[in-house]
Ligand binder design. Structure first.
Ligand SMILES: C[S@@+](CC[C@H](N)C(=O)[O-])C[C@H]1O[C@@H](n2cnc3c(N)ncnc32)[C@H](O)[C@@H]1O
Length: 368
């Protein structure tokens, strides 16, 4: 059976375990936060595989479909988890936690991250808020077994947790579309780190420092967190979303892969906030693929057919929106700006809302 020491060694060998977190990671047993049965693991049926996964640098999905019973074969949306330990450390590095800090975590999940924070900073310095009461009940129990007692409350993370404010740091472990105003008020001179984005591209951390009522910062990383449950993106399998409708036909000379590369996808996500894509390769070794776009409300879709070596690609668009046209226009707008990398963009948030800017906070690009 694997042990916590193996997780420590795995993280150390990857070079992602900073000295200030080493004692905490070694001391807090991840197994205490993982249920006997999870997606891909069953302790009773196969304890070796269960412990190998638990003590590896892998995320463990602990809840799907909000814990609701769904028919066999239904799409399984991951809705709670213990995050990948190296990703937890990556976020904590961005958070720049120091001894003496008080921290609010949004998205308690299993309680493992709250346990790390409580071990390092002390129980009374750590608050964690989680929307799902059933998840909170299990997290509290997990923490009790680990001998740690941070304050865990049921609530919508948008409200923060006024009871423990002011905080030196806020860390959010679900993807947010907007930085809630309550966080600025509750972390008035500190730092906020959260996965951030819209349906089209949500693979960015926003790291924001709050000064005099304004949070300002940059984007980095490629996190793949679950959505804020109150504002999810669309999801599902193509077979569940497409039922043989005929769309409006057209063509494009833009190679479809180009629009879903990280930098243009990030830029497109600032205006196309409520649609998402899926790249589906043909299973016949032809190299052909279909790029699907779906609106979150499922009323519109579009496809672009990629054929290797072709100069133009067939387009089909269905529903009240012309999703390909929206994506193409954003992509061309990104070209007009000189194809800036994501690292040149920044985010500012104040009581008027959030603004994304390019190079300089005065050069506002959008209000996603
Ligand atoms: C990736 S899991 C959190 C992992 C967790 N930090 C850990 O260490 O195990 C994301 C969690 O965020 C929670 N969540 C989603 N939307 C939320 C919201 N609006 N307010 C509070 N929690 C939310 C989910 O229920 C889920 O448990």
């Amino acid at each position: 059976m694997a042990s916590q020491q193996e997780l420590v060694e795995c993280l150390a060998s990857k070079g992602v375990l900073p000295v200030e977190w080493r004692d905490t990671v070694a001391s807090v047993d991840r197994a205490l936060f993982i249920p006997d049965v999870f997606e891909g693991g069953d302790f009773k049926a196969d304890p070796d595989t269960w412990s190998r996964i638990v003590y590896s640098d892998a995320p463990v999905v602990t809840q799907v479909n909000d814990g609701e019973q769904t028919p066999d074969g239904a799409f399984r949306l991951s809705t709670s988890s213990s995050s990948m330990p190296s990703v937890m450390l990556e976020m904590l590095a961005l958070l720049d936690v120091h001894d003496g800090h008080s921290v609010l975590e949004v998205g308690t999940g299993t309680g493992y991250n709250a346990a790390w924070l409580a071990h390092r900073l002390g129980d009374h310095k750590v608050f964690s808020v989680e929307l799902d009461p059933a998840v909170v009940a299990v997290a509290r129990e997990n923490l009790r077994h680990a001998g740690l007692r941070p304050t865990v409350v049921v609530g919508n993370g948008h409200e923060g947790c006024p009871g423990g404010a002011p905080y030196s740091r806020i860390i959010c472990t679900c993807t947010m579309r907007e930085i809630p105003r309550a966080w600025l008020a509750q972390c008035p001179n500190g730092r906020i780190v959260t996965p951030w984005g819209s349906s089209f591209f949500s693979g960015s951390y926003a790291t924001l420092d709050v000064v005099e009522g304004e949070a300002r910062g940059s984007f980095s990383g490629y996190p793949g967190f679950m959505w804020d449950r109150t504002r999810r993106a669309g999801a599902g399998r193509v077979v569940d979303l497409y039922h043989g409708e005929e769309g409006r036909k057209g063509a494009t000379d833009i190679e479809p892969q180009n629009v879903i590369q990280d930098d243009p996808a990030f830029f497109t996500s600032l205006s196309v906030t409520d649609a998402w894509y899926r790249w589906c390769e043909a299973d016949d070794d032809s190299g052909e693929a279909t790029l699907w776009f779906f609106a979150d409300d499922r009323k519109s879709w579009a496809t672009v057919e990629f054929v290797p070596g072709a100069e133009t690609y067939e387009v089909e668009q269905y529903g009240p929106r012309a999703l390909w046209d929206e994506v193409r226009n954003a992509f061309l707008g990104w070209h007009d700006l000189g194809k800036p990398e994501r690292s040149r963009f920044g985010l500012s948030v104040d009581r008027d809302g959030q603004r994304v800017w390019l190079d300089d906070p005065c050069h506002v690009i959008g209000h996603p």
